[in-house]
Design a protein around this ligand. Structure first.
Ligand SMILES: Nc1ncnc2c1ncn2[C@@H]1O[C@H](COP(=O)(O)OP(=O)(O)OP(=O)(O)O)[C@@H](O)[C@H]1O
Ligand SMILES: [Mg+2]
Length: 458
């Protein structure tokens, strides 16, 4: 069942139940007060006849009372103590007779109602007793219930019509309202169906600031994200194939040349060396891609432990210094305070190996690279500064993108694939840290990494 139909039915059922309850209550009230009025009226008229008789009991008075009532729709019957009629304003019907008999044997100081069942009896009736020197007896008042029943019947039909009309009105109103309410939902449903078919360009109209509006915004954002993801994936795959194609072409080309007859052993050795280098590039690229895939899936392990930074950096220095010396560069580590941080030492080393590799690759000879460690509250700040070629301000946001290299040809010559910094960024973030880069082309680059010192290991 459609949600708008459901809403219409639920609301109508709820409101209709309320309306029926109110109408019923109103109906009962109107009918009851009308009946009570009628009964009070005959009783009080009977009492006033009684008062007149008490004051002046005479045939004339009796005549007068009968005459008065014969002009109304009530019937008065005056009897003696034994219920024998003295005078009546109209014919006494058998039913009146039966009601009268109920009063037999009782004496009535004052008056009371004899019959009030207007639904089943033909009359409602009251009785008053009188007591004078010459005569004691009763005054019965009867009123036909036919007109009363007709009135109630009319009222019933009015109420039925009111109930029916309000039911129809509610159905229409609720239908329109639920259509208005559910329209954004229906649009969102269509939009998600379109998204799942692979079309991410769904323009959802603004749907206000309520929960539905928020949901609509969320769907819009989701479709945009999916679109970005899709194009990023396509771009990434294209870049990977491109990256692999270049070294593979070299390998293929040099293999062909190396297989040629009539070339010297020296030449062949050179070609094989190039093939070896290119294969190394491919292996490194594939390894890095694999690493990134693991990072993406959160399938990589980070085993945090207490790492004393000064000894850690010392070890790192002796590991990388030879490469710097070979390029005639200086590598200086400053570790004044011996800080201890909670981190995965293998990942930490991976971060710095990548950054130091960049600093070395993108610097000229006879320059210095410095790594300093300082502390700011409960965070450690690593600053790695080189005096290399620097990066254009506009390029800085891109360098963390996968396979992105500022100068493609130069970086390739140096064996770069453009994955190093994206891996570094993921690893820093896995340690709840931040990384930022400042650079001046021709002057040098500075990389800042901040990380919490103590981080509760889950
Ligand atoms: N210290 C630096 N000085 C100048 N340019 C840099 C520096 N670090 C990175 N870059 C630029 O940013 C690009 C991206 O760096 P990244 O480390 O991700 O890739 P790569 O060094 O080219 O390859 P890989 O690290 O995968 O071997 C580099 O190609 C280079 O152009
Ligand atoms: Mg690099």
């Amino acid at each position: 069942m459609k949600i708008s139909t459901k809403l219409t039915l639920y609301f109508t059922a709820a409101v209709f139940a309320l309306v029926v309850f109110i109408l019923f209550f109103l109906h009962e009230n109107i009918v009851n007060s009308r009946i009570e009025e009628e009964m009070a009226a005959i009783q009080s008229r009977g009492e006033s006849h009684r008062d007149v008789l008490q004051d002046n009991y005479s045939p004339q008075t009796l005549q007068h009372i009968a005459l008065m009532e014969s002009k109304t729709d009530t019937v008065v019957v005056v009897t003696d103590q034994e219920m024998n009629p003295i005078i009546a304003s109209d014919r006494v019907t058998p039913q009146m007779q039966r009601i009268k008999e109920r009063a037999a044997g009782a004496s009535y100081p004052g008056s009371r109602l004899l019959e009030d069942d207007y639904r089943n009896s033909d009359y409602i009736a009251s009785v008053s007793s009188f007591d004078t020197d010459s005569q004691t007896g009763y005054i019965f008042m009867f009123k036909e219930t036919g007109p009363l029943r007709a009135l109630v019947k009319k009222l019933n039909s009015h109420f039925l019509i009111a109930g029916g009309l309000s039911l129809i009105l509610m159905l229409v109103l609720h239908f329109i309202l639920s259509k208005i309410l559910t329209r954004p939902l229906v649009k969102m449903k269509t939009a998600t169906e379109t998204i799942s078919r692979g079309n991410y360009n769904v323009g959802l109209p603004p749907a206000g600031n309520d929960e539905l509006g928020q949901l609509s915004n969320a769907i819009g954002k989701l479709s945009q994200d999916l679109q970005t993801l899709k194009s990023e994936r396509a771009e990434f795959l294209a870049s990977i194939s491109h990256e692999l194609r270049t070294p593979l072409t070299y390998v293929q080309g040099y293999t062909t040349v190396a297989l040629r007859e009539g070339i010297s052993d020296r030449e062949r050795g050179e070609y094989l060396k190039i093939i070896g280098e290119e294969t190394g590039t491919i292996v490194k690229l594939v390894e890095n891609l694999f690493e990134l895939a693991k990072l993406d899936e959160n399938a990589f392990t980070i085993l945090k432990e207490e790492v004393e930074l000064c000894p850690f950096l010392k070890g790192l220095h002796s590991k990388v210094n030879p490469a710097f010396l070979a390029k005639n560069m200086r590598l200086e580590f400053e570790c004044r305070e011996n800080l201890t941080i909670t981190a995965d030492p293998i990942r930490l080393e991976q971060i710095f190996l990548n950054l130091l590799d960049n600093a070395r690759k993108y610097s000229e000879e006879d320059t210095t690279v410095t790594l300093t460690v300082t502390r700011n509250g409960d965070r450690v700040i690593f600053t790695l500064k080189d005096e290399g070629i620097g990066i254009d301000q506009a390029e800085i946001p891109n360098i963390f993108n996968r396979l992105y290299r500022v100068e493609k040809s130069r970086s390739r010559e140096l064996g770069g694939s453009g994955l190093g910094l994206s891996i570094v960024k993921e690893l820093v973030e896995a340690h709840k840290g931040d990384i930022s880069v400042e650079s001046t082309p021709g002057k040098g680059t500075t990389v800042h990494i901040t990380m919490p010192m103590k981080e509760d290991t889950p």
